[in-house]
Design a protein. Structure first.
Ligand code: ADP
Ligand code: ADP
Length: 239
């Protein structure tokens, strides 16, 4: 059974923009999938319908057997803890340290500031150090987020999402603010970490070459519809 089962998803914004039309997509556990397509294709809307930052107009999203599209607010908050988000602009709290930003992942989605007030169990801090070490940032744990480079900030964003211990990572244009060399490093890191941890991911990325280099499955969106779904080697023939 799939980890994520999206069926008949349609989104029309109040402005009248039809961003998604009848999109169906299944993601098995542990699969790292790249979602490509030109800007305006609906990639960001699709990812946001999964965690309901955007409310779908119709269709269903089921995560590990639970229908997310009909959950109440309280139940949705719990369900969101199983979906780690990685953002284009990192969304770190600049005045907090790397460690504080990372620990906020433990609180889920709304906890960005709350980590400053709270004492965390030692095992959380140890896990945070282990993960920071894995991404080469253990020595930066006490630095403020605003002292880091773009690539370092995105690595902190990745570790924060992993601290949530999610079943699924939702990754929205993770390299959009980075130079080409750093973009490749970040894509490689996200895919490697997912594979090490058996974690499924949907990675929005409009850089087709990066998708082809790192993802096993590529789904192409165009004007709100899926126009391609296959392995990286079959994409060239389809384009
Ligand atoms: P943007 O406006 O976001 O920069 P582009 O229109 O320049 O996006 O498209 C980026 C690249 O992705 C182009 O090479 C384009 O051919 C390719 N592309 C876009 N959509 C698809 C798709 N659905 N399937 C395959 N390739 C696509
Ligand atoms: P992508 O992530 O592939 O660039 P988006 O999901 O951001 O695509 O956008 C898909 C379509 O939905 C576009 O036509 C865009 O203008 C429209 N759209 C996105 N967000 C909004 C919004 N908040 N209100 C109205 N229209 C929106």
């Amino acid at each position: 059974t799939p980890l994520l089962d999206i069926a008949g998803l349609t989104k029309r914004y109040p402005t009248g923009d039809l961003a998604l039309t009848d999109v169906s997509l299944r993601v098995p556990p542990g699969q790292v999938m790249a979602l490509i397509g030109p800007s305006g294709a609906g990639k960001s809307t699709l990812i946001r319908c999964v965690n309901r930052l955007v409310e779908p107009s119709s269709g269903t999203v089921v995560l590990a057997g639970e229908a997310l599209t009909t959950l109440s607010r309280g139940a949705l908050r719990r369900a969101r803890r199983r979906m780690g988000m990685i953002f284009q602009e990192y969304a770190l709290v600049e005045r907090l340290t790397v460690m504080e930003n990372v620990l906020s992942g433990r609180l889920g989605y709304t906890g960005f500031w709350a980590s400053w007030f709270r004492r965390f169990p030692r095992r959380d801090v140890e896990e945070a150090f282990r993960l920071l070490d894995r991404v080469g940032l253990a020595h930066m744990a006490d630095k403020r987020a605003d002292a880091l480079s773009g690539g370092q900030r995105q690595r902190v964003g990745i570790v924060r999402a992993l601290m949530q211990d999610p079943a699924l990572l939702l990754v929205d244009e993770p390299t959009a603010s980075l130079d080409p060399k750093t973009s490749r490093q970040i894509m490689r890191l996200i895919v490697e970490l997912c594979e090490e941890r058996g974690l499924a991911a949907i990675i929005n990325i409009h850089d087709v070459a990066l998708a082809q280099e790192f993802a096993r499955r590529i789904v192409g969106l165009r004007a709100g519809r899926i126009v391609f779904d296959g392995g990286p080697d079959t994409l060239d023939a389809a384009a």
